[in-house]
Design a protein around this ligand. Structure first.
Ligand SMILES: Cc1cc2nc3c(=O)[nH]c(=O)nc-3n(C[C@H](O)[C@H](O)[C@H](O)COP(=O)(O)OP(=O)(O)OC[C@H]3O[C@@H](n4cnc5c(N)ncnc54)[C@H](O)[C@@H]3O)c2cc1C
Length: 502
């Protein structure tokens, strides 16, 4: 039984079905995909969540392990320009999608020597990746176990758990624009670069080593083909089925109760719902008390404010992805995480724009389906969740959307006269659509030295109950979520084979 048909739930379901389990996936929403959502308006097809695929081998491996290869069911297209960055001083950098071309591009856009600085940094990042990939990203190891592992002398110096991502960057990157570039990668885990660990250096490494990819027709296609894979393997996917309780009998998970009161029995329950939901609401009582306390001690990851823009006659020659950097990135993180004042919508945030050049996502020529995203504080309607904002406050979302369009124009990307229609998605909307508390994109953040210890493990305290997805180990983002599904399937297999109570 899998609770939730996000990428994590579907990937786990496919693997478990391929292992011969009878699998039922229960999804509270009317569609599968979770945060990997799709919105279709008048022939414009928008991805509402992810717009970038990294580490494509994770997806390929998932399909290879469960049946026909990925190439048979889905096209992945590599982007020649990974992203265009516009820095506060006006410098524009088209970051190549091929790592071999990156140093020359940095030298050309930012000045001689910048390529060498970044290459030296990536050398360190790669070393961290090599040390952490197997034992951390691909294993059910707890963060505590990770610490034991990294105590081996060479490893600990490489991973530098005492250093922040920004601190590590400062050792290699003299150019402030390169430091900004690095800072942004902390947001891939919903974190603040000043507080996130140096180990997040693996994020730019993984992105640049394996490239930036797009799915023609939109990334939502990934959810479609995952669902199809589950069903081909005999699994059942039920939408509109909200789980309200994980049932426990004789000390182990025994099934679930749905909102309509129905109960369903199961030997294994894999929860893809946010870990805070699982331990806060689905699993009542003392069993989850410790897990609840850990989550409460961690800083929740940041949320996002999204604009879906249906454009007529969009500006020509736009890259697929672009980032218009904030003039003051620290103020952005202060606002989002509620430092130096209460959490607040960022006055002048970094703006990310995804403008796919793909006829399959627009109704005709001279139109564009653009996705605009800025970092945002979580939704906190009544101030009870710590640092957050009431995104449902009357007028706030629309006024903020207007402000973002003005800001884009100020930074050279004026589409205000071209908007045929727009959809605004706040952290409150993400919470409503996916039952994600506060709309935090990645569960708990990586902020703080203790963060890794506080992230929920894949094996829950209740035998037979496992956690999969971005709020559990090893973390958020599509590739990591799919890795968590592999870890869970391995755990179930191992627990089966050992004859131990799961
Ligand atoms: C705006 C945005 C941009 C992003 N950009 C990128 C990107 O470019 N690249 C990238 O790799 N990642 C990106 N991400 C992150 C990525 O989308 C997530 O890490 C990933 O999709 C999470 O998958 P999941 O399976 O862990 O969780 P979810 O997608 O949240 O799935 C959980 C599912 O469980 C269901 N559920 C919850 N509670 C219950 C219940 N009680 N009963 C039944 N069902 C329940 C939910 O409805 C949901 O479908 C982005 C996310 C957002 C929101």
């Amino acid at each position: 039984m899998v609770v939730g048909a996000g990428v994590g739930g579907l990937a786990a379901a496919a693997r478990l079905a391929a292992d011969g389990h009878e699998v039922v996936v229960l999804e509270q929403a009317d569609a599968v995909g979770g945060k990997l959502g799709t919105e279709v308006v008048d022939g414009f097809v928008f991805d509402t969540g992810p717009s970038l695929v990294t580490m494509p081998w994770v997806l390929e491996e998932l399909f290879a392990a469960t049946g026909a290869p990925l190439a048979d069911v889905l096209e992945l297209r590599r982007l020649a320009v990974a992203c265009r960055y516009t820095f506060p001083d006006g410098t524009v950098l088209d970051l190549p999608g091929d790592l071999a071309d990156v140093p020359a591009a940095l030298d050309a856009a930012l000045g001689p020597g910048r390529g060498a600085q970044w290459t030296a940094f990536l050398g360190r990042a790669r070393a961290v990746w090599d040390v952490t990939r197997g034992p951390f990203l691909e294993s059910p190891i707890s963060a505590r176990g990770m610490l034991r592992l990294s105590r081996r002398l060479g490893d600990v110096a490489t991973v530098a758990p005492w250093r922040s991502l920004r601190g590590l960057g400062a050792r290699y990157l003299e150019d402030p624009r390169l430091r900004l570039l690095l800072d942004r990668y902390a947001t891939y885990t919903g974190s603040d670069p000043r507080a996130a660990p140096a180990a997040l250096a693996t994020v730019p490494w993984a992105e640049q080593a394996w490239g930036s990819w797009y799915v023609p027709g939109g990334l939502g296609r990934i959810a479609e083909v995952l669902r199809a894979r589950v069903e081909e393997l005999g699994g059942e996917v039920r939408t509109g089925a909200r789980v309200v309780e994980v049932l426990v009998a004789d000390g182990r998970a025994a099934g679930v109760r749905l909102a309509d009161g129905t109960t369903l029995d199961a030997d294994v329950v894999v929860a893809n719902a946010d870990a805070a939901e699982v331990y806060g609401h689905l699993l009542p009582g003392r069993r989850a008390a410790r897990a609840r306390r850990s989550i409460a001690r961690a800083t929740p990851s940041l949320a996002g404010f999204v604009l879906l823009l249906a454009l007529d006659d969009p500006p020509a020659d736009q890259p697929h992805h672009q980032v218009l950097f904030a003039e003051d990135y620290d103020e952005e993180f202060d606002a989002v995480f509620g430092r130096r004042g209460p959490a607040r919508p960022v006055e002048r945030p970094t703006v990310y724009v995804s403008a796919p050049d793909d006829p399959a996502v627009v109704p005709g020529p001279e139109t564009g389906a653009w996705f605009v995203l800025v970092n945002a504080p979580r939704h906190d309607p009544d101030g009870s969740r710590g640092a957050g904002v009431d995104w449902d406050a009357p007028g706030l979302a629309e006024a903020y959307a207007d402000r973002l369009l003005d800001l884009m124009a100020e930074r050279g990307l004026d589409v205000r006269d071209r908007v045929r229609h727009r959809t605004v998605l706040t952290p409150a909307d993400l919470e409503r659509r996916t039952s994600t508390p506060g709309g935090s994109i990645y569960g708990t953040s990586s902020n703080g030295a203790r963060a890794a210890f506080l992230r929920p493990a894949n094996r829950s305290p209740v035998p037979g109950l496992y956690l999969v997805g971005g709020s559990a180990h090893p973390g958020g983002g599509l590739p990591l979520v799919m890795l968590s599904a592999r870890i869970v399937a391995d755990l179930v297999r191992r627990d089966d084979a050992s004859g131990q109570p799961r």
